[in-house]
Design a binder for this molecule. Structure first.
Ligand code: IMP
Length: 448
């Protein structure tokens, strides 16, 4: 584990305007991975600050496709250092698999990856608990990714039974506590309905868990560091930091569509605590949204298309989960929720993804308002049942026929596509500075 010195505040402030954050403006899967990968070329450090292996970022480089879950998308740029911050929950087994997967493709992370010693560990029993809780027998079925995210964050809040990366590094000091926690977990999970068959994977077996942790310890220890002081030092030296959010603002634990949300802060609100930096550091925040909306898992989705138009978007846009393979629900872009996430996520500009997917549709819709029991709502209601009952209002715009996947200049887009982008800007109230027309890095229209 490494340590670093602390710089002066004056130097931090002078560098403040260079840093940026990328957040999702919907229910995840907006295409943040591509935007982070694109921007990462201009940054020295890419930092993940929330979530865990529930996230799924696909980055296409030429004919190669990389599916990343825990590693920041910046790992595919050789100059950037990637940091997994204290607010991330790390499944050590999944992380080792991801690192080895990249190594087998010739990508060496030595000296380019740091994992905070404060980051919490997702343990095997968290994943089982996630499955049991989300079976529907324990309350509302959220439709989680079953990666143990909620139970791990809950354990973190409980504190006494939680394990962190620093504990993995000093595993020998944790044996007694780990044994006690495993015994307790067996009783709790059995009371929750786990039978011998569901415990057969060794989720609460002390010896098995210790052996698994020991093998991940050998692989991960060299990356574990005191990242907070290191980031402070990097800022002082004028390095530019890019913060990469996992999941989306509508999944934020406090501001999302509760209870159908994830367990972390997913916008700029999550950066100071989850990365360990000053709240005044980041001024530029790129909100990523598709040209339409998608959602995986349960929960209300007012602009959802339950007809062949939704199916068409799913097939053309390849809307199947990177993490779970689940088919995503698809619908029209929702300007009401985007206005809300622009505000809460601290968004200063928007990257609009998958413009090519909408080509060929006769008309394209934008949800411009919600009505509930005769009232017009200004924002998403707190009660999920109310949200499920809202009547969406749509504005329909003419679609565009031409394939736009080769377009590189905004002016070269069909007039209808330009009109669509400009109308979304007006309705949401933020400039759309990037329009993505395909998965490749060069399939991106940059607007000033
Ligand atoms: P969890 O994060 O696994 O607890 O899942 C909670 C909710 O967030 C479920 O509806 C998941 O489908 C959703 N979710 C979590 N991460 C992502 C993501 O990266 N993309 C899309 N949905 C996600």
């Amino acid at each position: 584990m490494s340590n670093a010195t602390s710089p002066s505040k004056e130097v931090q402030l002078s560098a403040a305007t260079h840093h940026a954050c990328v957040v999702g403006m919907g229910w995840g899967d907006e295409g943040k991975g591509k935007i982070v990968d694109l921007l990462a070329g201009e940054f020295d450090v890419v930092v993940r600050f929330n979530g865990g292996a529930n996230a799924g970022h696909t980055v296409r480089i030429g004919s190669d496709s990389f599916a990343l879950h825990l590693l920041p998308s910046g790992v595919l740029r050789d100059k950037a250092v990637s940091v997994i911050g204290p607010g991330v929950v790390v499944d050590p087994v999944a992380l080792v698999e991801e690192i080895e997967g990249l190594e087998s493709r010739g990508i060496d992370l030595s000296g380019r990856l740091m994992i905070s010693d404060r980051a919490h560990l997702v343990m095997p029993y968290h994943k089982l608990e996630d499955r049991l809780r989300d079976s529907g027998a324990q309350g509302k079925k959220i439709g989680t990714t079953a990666k143990g995210i909620g139970p791990c964050y809950a354990e973190k809040m409980l504190r006494s039974s939680a394990f962190r990366m620093v504990d993995l590094v000093h595993l020998e000091r944790q044996a007694e506590r780990l044994k006690a926690v495993c015994d307790r977990k067996r009783a709790i999970l059995t009371a929750m309905g786990a039978d011998d068959a569901s415990l057969a994977g060794g989720e609460v077996e002390f010896e098995q868990i210790r052996a698994t942790l020991e093998s991940t310890r050998q692989k991960l220890s060299r990356f574990v560091a005191e990242t907070t002081a290191w980031l402070d030092d990097a800022v002082c030296k004028g390095r530019q930091l890019l913060f990469e959010s996992a999941n989306g603002m509508l999944l934020d634990i406090d501001h999302g569509t509760f209870p159908y949300v994830t367990a972390s802060h997913t916008g700029l609100n999550g950066v100071p605590a989850g990365a360990g930096v000053s709240p005044h550091l980041v001024r530029r925040c790129v909100g990523v949204s598709k040209a339409y909306a998608t959602r995986v898992g349960n929960g209300p989705f007012p602009s959802e298309l339950m007809d062949e138009r939704g199916e068409r978007i799913r097939e053309v846009g390849r809307e199947y989960g990177t993490t779970t393979g689940r088919a995503r629900r698809c619908g029209w872009l929702d300007a009401v929720s985007l206005r809300q996430t622009k505000l809460l996520g601290g968004v200063t500009e928007i990257a609009m993804m998958h413009m090519d997917t909408l080509s060929g549709m006769d008309e394209v819709g934008i949800c411009t308002g919600y009505h509930l029991r005769g009232e017009t709502l200004r924002s998403i209601p707190a009660d999920a049942e109310d949200y499920a009952a809202v009547e969406p209002e749509f504005e329909m715009l003419p679609g565009w026929k031409d394939d736009v996947s080769g377009v590189t200049q905004f002016d070269a887009l069909p007039a209808e596509a330009r009109q669509y982008v400009q109308r979304v800007e007006e309705l949401v109230g933020a400039p759309i500075t990037m329009v993505s027309v395909g998965p490749e890095r060069n399939q991106t229209i940059h607007r000033s």
